[in-house]
Design a protein around this ligand. Structure first.
Ligand SMILES: [Zn+2]
Length: 75
């Protein structure tokens, strides 16, 4: 006589993604303390303080709202 066992076996989870380590945003690098005051990198006017703009050669870019500020340096 075969005893019926309901359900499938354990440890058969599907759709499990492999965890990949991403580099952190390192927001602390955007702050520099000079004396008693804290200097901050340029933040996004749309997102507000805390969301910093990425520095490029000729522009500043917000990775959150895609705001771009062009630096027109006339050399
Ligand atoms: Zn933004």
């Amino acid at each position: 006589m075969a005893a019926s066992t309901g359900g499938s076996g354990k440890g058969d989870k599907k759709g499990k993604k492999k965890h990949i380590n991403k580099p952190t945003s390192e927001k602390y690098k955007r702050y520099t303390i000079s004396g008693d005051s804290v200097k901050r990198a340029k933040s996004c006017p749309r997102c507000g303080a805390g969301i910093f703009l990425a520095m490029h050669s000729n522009r500043l870019y917000c990775g959150k709202c895609h705001y771009t500020e062009f630096l027109d340096k006339k050399a």
